[in-house]
Design a protein around this ligand. Structure first.
Ligand SMILES: Cc1ncc(COP(=O)(O)O)c(CNCCCC(=O)O)c1O
Length: 448
């Protein structure tokens, strides 16, 4: 292994050899500040030299436990062997021809795999893009052409991207939307099922009825092209809707000719213990958006769905220069093969069992932890003023910072900035996950 080589061969350890960030990181950071736009943030300005398994190693030699996976992307681990091999072979063969110009088999193979892996045994087709937002934009295009309708319905606390249309679909203003308007029209927001924040207990079907009433009264069912929902809210706080909510909403969509789009960009590709989170509710979406974990770190996104809907678009109506780049497709085939060979769905379920048990024990000792929730390796704790649901964003940030300083990389999220989310690579060894939870427990008990 060269000194710069990442992958699973890296020592799977937490190792702090300098202050965090270290001197080399600080030097690079000074250069960054002179030349990188201030609007591009970084959670922790440690500059990475290599990564693999469950660790990220910075330029100062610190080895950090990775509970972020680059925001739910490196589920198979950084520089996963099958991804590296596929990418190496492909990049040496050809890097780009544009599938709209001179196509190639890798694109077709990825579409075959996603058509087989997404929920439902109906005929499916796919189209490949680069980013999640691009996939969401194209899912809306497809739904609008298929239905001949304009309206797009999204839910409270949703996140769908940073383009003009996806900003309109995203709920949280700061930092995603402030100052960037005007936003695309014909986007309507309905209540989401958010069990921890419901003013009174409500079942999934009752929450769905609340959502549907808003759609019917404020939009009109016959005007709706699609409802777009994350089966587990991502940036909005890792919110798992009450049982039956997704089923009731998707059934309403079917009954009213509305396309049900599951945005599985963060919750898909084994992250929640199934290939797609919709499966936990036996929901079969009409269209699914996919990105993040699908290609092990290379930029690839997709819309996958009912063939009759995907084919509603006129020839040439879908595309883009880099969509389904051959190197990204090779990475995806390697990542999917890894997910299958290592049964990373089972691994995600095991991670869920470990994390929820430890976090519930911690919550019993720390009442500032108001909720422990999530599915698979998409787990979160919501931080509140003890005994209330009043968000405590400051404490949330302090916990995250404390963990960063102890060599554990983790992220926050949530509309109120008071959710700590845990997104370990699914290949993270048990001892490292246990150590990360030990650090979290030490930091939390030291602060509350
Ligand atoms: C459900 C869901 N849909 C769509 C997207 C958008 O995917 P892109 O690949 O970032 O465009 C996401 C991306 N989430 C992380 C965004 C991070 C940030 O930009 O600050 C998502 O989670």
């Amino acid at each position: 292994m060269s000194t710069h080589e990442g992958g699973p061969g890296l020592p799977q350890e937490r190792r702090i050899v300098t202050e965090i960030p270290g001197p080399r990181s600080q030097e690079i950071h000074a250069r960054r500040q002179a030349v990188v736009a201030a609007g591009v943030g970084s959670v922790l300005p440690v500059y990475v030299e290599k990564a693999g398994g469950g660790v990220v190693v910075d330029v100062d030699g610190n080895s950090l436990i990775d509970l972020a996976s680059g925001i739910a992307v490196t589920s198979v681990g950084n520089s996963a062997p099958a991804v590296v091999q596929g990418v190496t072979e492909q990049v040496a063969a050809f890097t780009h021809t544009c599938f709209m110009v001179a196509p190639y088999e890798g694109y077709v193979e990825v579409c075959e795999k996603l058509a087989a892996l997404t929920p439902g045994d109906h005929a499916k087709k796919a189209a490949l893009f680069n980013s999640g937002a691009e996939a969401v934009e194209n899912a809306v295009k497809i739904a609008r052409v298929h239905t001949g309708r304009d309206a797009v319905v999204v839910v409270d606390h949703a996140y769908h991207g940073r383009t003009n249309l996806t900003m309109a679909m995203t709920a949280k203003n700061m930092p995603y939307k402030q100052g960037f308007g005007p936003f695309a029209g014909e986007v309507y927001r309905a209540p989401m099922s958010y069990p921890f924040r419901e003013p009174a207990p409500i079942t999934g079907p009752e929450a769905a009825a609340r959502t549907i009433e808003v759609i019917e009264k404020q939009v009109g069912a016959d005007n709706v092209a699609c409802v777009v929902i994350e089966p587990v809210l991502g940036e909005g706080g890792f919110v798992v809707p009450a049982p039956g909510y997704l089923t009731a909403v998707s059934e309403w969509c079917t009954a009213h000719g509305v396309v049900f789009v599951a945005d599985e960009i963060q919750s898909g590709m084994c992250r929640t213990g199934t290939w797609f989170a919709s499966e936990h509710e036996d929901v079969v979406p009409d269209l699914v958006t996919v990105a993040k974990g699908v290609a092990g770190g290379l930029p690839l996104a997709a819309v996958v769905g009912r063939s009759e809907m995907m084919d509603a678009v006129h020839g040439g109506g879908l595309g883009g220069t880099y969509g389904g780049n051959p190197v990204a497709c090779a990475a995806a085939l390697g990542a999917i093969a890894t997910m299958e060979e290592l049964d990373l769905n089972a691994r995600a379920r095991a991670i869920e069992a470990t994390m929820t048990e430890r976090l519930r024990i911690l919550a019993d000792k720390a009442p500032a932890i108001g909720d422990v929730r999530g599915r698979g390796a998409m787990i979160a704790i919501e931080i509140v003023r003890p005994g209330t649901t009043e968000p405590d964003a400051a404490l949330t940030s302090a916990i995250a910072t404390g963990c960063h300083q102890q060599g554990v990389l983790m992220l926050t999220c949530g509309t109120f900035g008071n959710v700590l989310r845990f997104l370990p690579p699914l290949v993270m060894p048990d001892h490292l996950l246990d150590e990360a939870l030990d650090v979290l427990e030490e930091v939390v008990t030291g602060l509350v």
